[in-house]
Design a protein around this ligand. Structure first.
Ligand code: PGA
Length: 245
């Protein structure tokens, strides 16, 4: 399976900038063996999907509601993302868990809603700095996997240590190898053979200078890229460092 390089644009870009950035990525995507995905704010999913039409780059949302429709002011439903041109959705990002109080249970419900709508979920897990310094990182991630992923699970897991997100600090290749091996074990324990093929992305300050080394770590199935995905050339350099199928 090819590695997946996903750009999480978070709350960045006005419409014209989003379209220009998407066009820049699409223009350089030919010949890239990795699978490419861009996740703009929900408001720009349709415009970005239109800009990417005919390219190999997919579009995703950054969150969805657990219900397919209803009286939920300000929320976006999974079928709306699909309707706008998305085929993926990021769920349980640590910024959602921290800023919006999202629990494992809620993330699991959102996951079910995403799959029911026809979207592929990318479920984020990862420990805080305090949890790592307390030696609890694997325990925390194990609980997040057990609580956030529905059974069966047809999606992708993203390991994003919270302390590495947007900080410029990356986990060492050894830490990534240890955690991804642990996540693989957990997936196999919880999902049997199917757990062998679930892609596990690494996220947290991935940039052109560290991408090749991180993407070469065993059990790393791609990258979830924040800051560096806001520049087409940086995102494409990371994508070219990834492995094809
Ligand atoms: P970063 O963000 O690459 O800017 O650290 C990653 C993420 O939050 O998905």
């Amino acid at each position: 399976m090819p590695q997946l390089i996903a750009g999480n644009w978070k709350m960045h870009c006005l419409a014209a900038d989003a379209v220009a950035l998407a066009q820049g990525v699409a223009a350089g995507a030919a010949g890239v063996e990795a699978e490419l995905l861009i996740c703009p704010t929900a408001l720009h999913v349709a415009a970005v999907a239109a800009a990417l039409r005919g390219s190999s780059v997919a579009v995703g949302g950054q969150d969805c509601h657990q219900d397919a429709q209803g009286a939920h002011t300000g929320d976006v439903a999974a079928p709306m993302l699909l309707d706008a041109g998305a085929s993926w959705v990021i769920l349980g990002h640590s910024e959602r868990r921290q800023n919006h109080g999202e629990t494992d249970e809620l993330v699991r419900e959102k996951c079910l809603a995403a799959v029911a709508a026809g979207l592929t979920p990318i479920v984020c897990v990862g420990e805080t700095a305090d949890q790592r310094s307390g030696g609890q990182e694997t325990e925390v991630v194990g609980w997040q996997i057990a609580g956030s992923l529905p059974k069966p699970f047809s999606g992708v897991v993203a390991y994003e240590p919270v302390w590495a997100i947007g900080t410029g600090k990356t986990a060492t290749n050894e830490d990534v190898a240890t955690m991804h091996a642990f996540i693989r074990e957990e997936l196999v324990r919880q999902f049997g053979e199917a757990g062998q093929t679930i892609r596990i992305l690494y996220g947290g300050s991935v940039k052109p200078s560290n991408a090749a080394a991180l993407l070469a770590v065993p059990n790393v199935g791609g990258a979830l890229v924040g800051g560096a995905s806001l520049k087409a050339d940086e995102f494409l350099t990371i994508a070219r460092a990834a492995q094809g199928g």
